[in-house]
Every structure is written in structure tokens, then in C-alpha cells.
Design a protein around this ligand. Structure first.
Ligand code: SAH
Length: 438
């Protein structure tokens, strides 16, 4: 979601004729988009700000804006930081450029973080200047906020309550993106499977939306992030995935823990057994479906036995990949009132154990691709690619399959944003390597 917000702000900057530089020390304006989910993310922002404060000594006219959830959470408090000129919460993105220009011209300092209920203007920004992540792929937000009350999570506090966007606005946005060459749309929501929008007598759910988006000409792949493990709307979504070849067979459905005791303390409203039943149902309905997940280790009161249950869940589900986070108490959340009882080195050790177990599974899944040919939507040069390419115009490219596997291969610049067939020859746990065959 932050990637999308960054892309939207970048597009508004470009519209205003503001160019980008790779060197913060040469910039007139620095915008930092922030996340509040864990303390670590906020600490990194503070350390960037410290660095910018130093740069500002020799460039006093430089303007620094902090946007996103940390801006929303801290508001005016952030404005007291000597490096910060503009503070802007996630609902006020349409104002960012104006506020930054005012700061550049008049040296005003401002903070807008109130009233995240006001969504219409954000809708306007998304529809008028839809932004893509890469030439062929774009994120499209279908919901804002979250109505869940997971005890550890700050998202509902900083992004507000759940609001689904009107299907017409979403479809308009997708049409513009498709006309510009986007082929893969990822629908975004904190609990995307809870999407519902009343249109007269009828309610549009995520499964309907998937069908509508996939029927837009030019769109070949549709996926969605992130699903909450609940029976609500689960079957129609899977049915859509099973029967509609454009809906990617990929499900990101965080379990967070394998222990029922911890799940209850987290206020996740399912047991490990119910979660596994849902995964089994998904596998039965959509053969070959790739499952991704998130886990938190070291939640208050997590014992070694609880942790072993999480490890067992990972081994049972056989995720494609998992994101593992060390528990971080967040201000204002229910769990922040519990004692953060698991020592940091225990959290770290559990974190690496889970990652090691997952790496083994990912590695086995990755190896099973060797010798197969997969369809890849090309994103751009790989991280290691020589920017200017080789003499024959070939360069190392990276793209993704419809189950979110990154694929690295050698190809031509013109392939970016296109679908190509790649024969897989090698695999690391999280990346496939191959040769382009068409
Ligand atoms: N609503 C989305 C995004 C939540 S943030 C979702 O449910 O996926 C993404 C992940 O960060 C969560 O799934 C969780 O694993 C992790 N997370 C959230 N709050 C956390 C906290 N206080 N400490 C550590 N990890 C956290």
C-alpha cells in the first residue's frame, strides 16, 4: 500500500513539473513515506531525518516532508523535529505537492493529519493520476482502512475504519492503466476479502470485482492482497480463481501464529485448525495455488510450545514464502498494555528458525520449476543488471509469474511490460533463473 502511495505522490510531482534526483544531498525537496507497523520502521525514519538535518545545515532552503502512517500517528509532534517542514497523513496525499510548494516558496511549515474520513479527494487522485509500479503492473486500492481489531496492530488507528471504494471508480482507474499498457492489476486492501459495496439492490463483493476487473480489455492478470482468514466470502473468491484464468492462483493469507492460545490473545478470530481447513479447501478448489503468509514471533506470553506450533503450521501449510516479524509493541494497541515478555534474543532466534524452515520449503518448491517453462510479466532490469546493457542490447531482466515468483533471465529492453516465456534452469529459494524461449 505504501508503494502505491509513493507512486501516486511521484505521479503528482511529475505533473507539477518537479524532477527527481537520485541524490538526497542535491534535492530541494525530500519526501519520506513512512510505515508505523513496527517500531523499527519508525526508528529508520528518525535516523534518515537526523541525516537530512545535517544536510540542511548547508542547504537551508531544502524542504523535508514526512508522509504516511508515521506522519498520521505523530502529527504536530513530528513538526517539532528540526529537519521536518511538512507532515501529511495518508488520507491527504492530494495535498502533498501543494504543501511542499508552499514550504519551498514561503518557508511555511504545516501538518495535515486530521479527518481521515474524507476519502473523495483521494479517490480523485487515484482515478485522475493512476500510477503503475512497473510498465506492466499496477496496484489499485479497493478499500481504505481496517475494521479488524488484531490486538497488536496499529493500522486501524492510523488508516481509519474500513471503507470500500465504488466499483465504478476502481474500474475507471483500471481502464486508464490498461490503456497505458498495464497487464497485471493487484487489488489492495488491509482485509481485501471483506470488500463490499452496495449498488442499489445488489452488493458487489471481491469475487464480483475480480470478474469485472478481469474483463477489462488489456488486463491479463488480476491478483489481490491481503486476505484475512475468514470464511466470509472465501468460497466465491476461490471459485472465481478456479474458473477464471485471469485471476492469479495466489493467496496471501497471514496466519500470524500456529498457537490457538496466542491467536486468541492476538484477537485473530480463528484457530490453527480452521486456518488449515481453509488452506486445504483452497488447494482442493484451485490446484497449484500458491500460498504466502505472515507471522509474528515473540507476541506477549509466547512460550516455546506456542512457537513449536507455529513451526508445525509452516511445515504443514508449505507456503510459497512467508514474512516473519518480531513482535513490536505499538502505542495505542490492546497488546501494548500486555508485558512485552519475550526477550529480544528469543524473538530473534525464533525469527531465524521460522525463516530457515520456510527457506527449505521455498527451496523445494523453487526447484520443482526447473525444466518447466513459465509465463513471466517483465518488470525491468534486475537489481544486478548493468544499467546500460551489454553491447548486443541484451540485459538481465526480472519479471514475475502469476504466482508471484521472481524470474531472472537475459533479454532485451523492449520486453519490459510484456509477457515472455522463460524456461527455468536454476533456482534459489526465492528466485527462479532461466532462458527466454519466446
Ligand atoms: N492488514 C494487512 C497488513 C498488516 S501489516 C494484513 O493483515 O496483512 C503486515 C504484517 O505486519 C502483519 O501481517 C503482521 O504479520 C505484521 N505486524 C503487524 N503489527 C505488528 C506488530 N505490532 N509487531 C510485529 N509485526 C506486526
Amino acid at each position: 500500500m505504501n508503494k502505491l502511495d509513493t507512486a501516486l505522490v511521484r505521479a503528482s510531482l511529475e505533473d507539477a513539473g518537479i524532477g527527481l534526483t537520485d541524490h538526497p544531498s542535491q534535492a530541494d525537496l525530500v519526501i519520506i513515506n513512512t510505515c508505523s507497523v513496527r517500531d523499527h520502521a519508525e526508528q529508520r525514519v528518525l535516523s534518515h531525518l537526523g541525516h537530512l538535518q545535517h544536510i540542511k545545515r548547508s542547504r537551508p532552503r531544502m524542504v523535508v516532508a514526512v508522509i504516511g502512517c508515521m506522519a498520521q500517528r505523530l502529527g504536530d509532534q513530528l513538526l517539532q523535529h528540526p529537519a521536518v517542514d511538512v507532515v501529511c497523513g495518508p488520507a491527504h496525499l492530494p495535498d502533498v505537492v501543494r504543501l511542499c510548494l508552499e514550504a519551498l516558496i514561503n518557508k511555511t511549515r504545516s501538518s495535515v493529519t486530521d479527518n481521515w474520513q474524507e476519502t473523495d479527494r483521494l479517490d480523485e487522485l487515484e482515478t485522475s493520476r493512476p500510477a503503475a509500479e512497473s510498465p506492466g503492473h499496477a496496484y489499485v486500492r479497493v478499500m481504505r482502512g481496517c475494521n479488524r481489531a488484531c490486538s497488536y496492530c496499529i493500522v486501524p488507528l492510523v488508516r481509519g475504519p474500513e471503507r470500500s471504494r465504488a466499483p465504478a471508480a476502481i474500474l475507471d482507474q483500471v481502464r486508464i492503466l490498461a490503456d497505458r499498457g498495464v497487464r497485471h492489476i493487484t487489488l489492495l486492501g488491509q482485509t481485501v476479502n471483506a470488500y463490499r459495496y452496495r449498488l442499489g439492490e445488489k452488493t458487489v463483493y471481491l469475487a464480483d470485482l475480480l470478474e469485472m476487473v478481469s474483463s477489462i480489455s488489456g488486463i491479463h492478470w488480476v491478483s489481490f492482497l491481503t486476505s484475512y482468514p475468514t470464511e466470509r466470502q472465501f468460497e466465491p473468491i476461490l471459485q472465481q480463481m478456479a474458473k477464471n484464468p485471469k485471476v492469479c492462483p495466489y493467496l496471501h493469507m497471514p496466519a500470524q501464529s500456529g498457537s490457538d492460545r496466542i491467536l486468541a490473545a492476538m484477537n485473530r478470530r480463528y484457530t490453527a485448525c480452521q486456518y488449515i481447513d481453509m488452506i486445504e479447501k483452497a488447494r482442493a478448489m484451485v490446484p497449484g495455488i500458491a500460498i504466502a503468509g505472515d507471522f509474528i514471533v515473540g507476541f506477549p506470553g509466547e512460550t516455546d510450545q506456542d512457537f513449536q506450533q507455529t513451526l508445525a503450521l509452516i511445515n504443514k501449510v508449505r507456503y510459497k514464502n512467508c514474512f516473519v516479524f518480531k513482535y513490536s509493541p505499538r502505542p495505542g494497541t490492546a497488546s501494548s498494555r500486555m508485558e512485552d515478555s519475550v526477550p529480544d534474543q528469543v524473538k530473534s532466534s525464533r525469527n531465524s528458525q521460522l525463516l530457515a524452515a520456510q527457506q527449505q520449503i521455498s527451496s523445494q518448491i523453487a526447484s520443482s520449476f526447473i525444466g518447466k517453462t513459465v509465463t513471466v510479466l517483465v518488470e525491468g532490469p534486475s537489481k544486478k543488471a548493468d544499467r546500460f546493457g551489454k553491447e548486443d542490447g541484451q540485459l538481465q531482466l526480472v519479471g514475475r509469474t502469476n504466482t508471484d515468483w521472481p524470474v531472472v533471465f537475459t533479454g532485451a529492453k523492449g520486453m519490459v511490460g510484456q509477457f515472455v516465456q522463460v524456461m527455468i534452469q536454476d533456482a534459489s529459494p526465492f528466485t527462479l533463473f532461466g532462458t527466454c524461449v519466446s
